[in-house]
Design a protein around this ligand. Structure first.
Ligand code: NAD
Ligand code: MG
Length: 361
């Protein structure tokens, strides 16, 4: 695989770039592109898109209503929640987008599952940073970048690739690493990661570990430290040096326990279930279910979230973290949430949305 892809902003110099949405990704992209010398306009709805609107104005951005941002734009990057993008495309983007413009996404969901069927005369591309927006910005500010996936779905102009790479360079991704993919691979691997391992898998593992200890009579505070707090230390070692580094930093006893007991907890049947989860992503079952759930006002989502956030481990954890204020010094801010909640209900309840982001897993 060629990961030595170099890029500059040249192909977008003098172009008008419309960023729709100014949340986690939108703000980071807009600030980085502007600092890279590119011409950015933000599309947000007056009266509906607070607190993003106030933030964009405070950052000195040129903010207009979404249809106006789209009109005349050479490149439109859609950085609103995924679940509203199909309607946004139909109502605002398609009727206003000029011929041969570039339509860009940071996640391939809607194009891949066919809820957006882009006009034939435009380029349709993807630049997906592999990190939350806040990191996209802070890495850029210190002269680095966050690795990005990029992909070309439709190349009507014949120049889609160079413009995509120029955008990736503008947000700082080219300073780190650019990996070429397509909408299918990006969408399906991203959904699988968050469902099976990152959010779904990891939180169930922690919850069962906690319950096992507490039900056996161990103190909840000790169980919390053991299975949740310390998980970060282990994950940091994975991040820096993989399994090898983790194994060099834990005791021989821990290593032997890992080799012999780990495979008893997570075994071949888990992998079989992971394959089942992947299959539902690939055949569209998950996308259909989630789209219907969102359209129905998210009754199950709310129930699940309530159950998660009121679990004993959350009460114990909140009390313990209150006694460790230093943990919050570099803590993720709401806008730094990882993309784990595809499609926040922005039109339903903004207050609830911000609260949800603060508790992003
Ligand atoms: P977000 O929820 O943080 O922000 C959404 C923004 O869209 C807000 O500014 C909101 O006011 C605005 N908005 C909502 N409806 C709008 C409308 N009709 N018109 C204009 N603006 C509207 O979203 P996010 O997490 O930055 O996600 C944006 C996209 O980036 C999604 O496609 C997501 O999958 C993708 N992505 C996110 C991350 C991440 O770390 N958050 C990472 C990679 C890719
Ligand atoms: Mg992801």
């Amino acid at each position: 695989m060629n990961t030595e892809i170099n890029a500059t902003t040249k192909a977008l110099e003098g172009s008008r770039i419309a960023i729709l949405g100014y949340g986690s990704q939108g703000r980071a992209h807009a600030l980085n592109l502007r600092d890279s010398g590119l011409n950015v306009v933000i599309g947000l709805r007056e009266g509906k898109d607070e607190p993003s609107l106030g933030q964009a104005k405070a950052d000195g951005m040129h903010v207009v209503e979404p249809p106006e941002a789209v009109r005349g734009a050479d490149l439109i990057c859609v950085l609103t929640p995924d679940m509203i993008q199909a309607k946004l495309y139909a109502d605002v983007i398609e009727p206003n987008m000029k011929k041969h413009a570039v339509l860009m996404f940071a996640h391939g969901f809607n194009v891949h599952y066919g809820t957006i069927k882009p006009r034939a005369d435009i380029d349709v591309v993807l630049v997906a940073p592999k990190g939350p927006g806040a990191l996209v910005r802070t890495e850029y500010e210190i002269g680095r970048g966050v690795p990005c996936l990029f992909g070309i779905h439709q190349d009507a102009s014949g120049h889609a690739r160079e413009k995509t790479l120029a955008y990736a360079a503008g947000i700082g991704g080219a300073r780190a690493m650019l990996i070429e993919t397509d909408f299918k691979e990006e969408t399906e691997s991203d959904l699988f990661g968050e469902q099976a391992v990152l959010c779904g898998g990891a939180s169930e593992l922690v919850r069962y570990g906690f319950e096992t200890l507490v039900e056996a009579g161990y103190k909840p505070e000790i169980a919390y430290y053991e299975v949740m707090h310390e998980l970060k230390l282990i994950v940091d070692l994975f991040y820096e040096g993989g399994l090898t580094k983790m194994l060099t930093f834990v005791s021989e006893t821990a290593q032997y326990g890992d080799f012999t007991r780990g495979p008893r907890v997570i075994d071949a049947s888990t992998k079989e279930k992971m394959r089942g989860v992947l299959k539902e992503i690939q055949d569209g079952t998950f996308a259909k279910e989630w789209t219907a759930e969102y359209a129905a006002g998210m009754p199950n989502y709310k129930k699940f979230k309530q159950a998660d956030t009121s679990h004993q481990i959350e009460k114990v954890g909140a009390a313990l973290r209150a006694r460790m204020p230093w943990l919050q010094q570099n803590a993720a801010k709401p806008s730094a949430k990882l993309r784990v909640e595809i499609g926040e209900p922005v039109d339903h309840d903004v207050a609830q949305q911000s609260a949800a982001k603060t508790s992003a897993k």
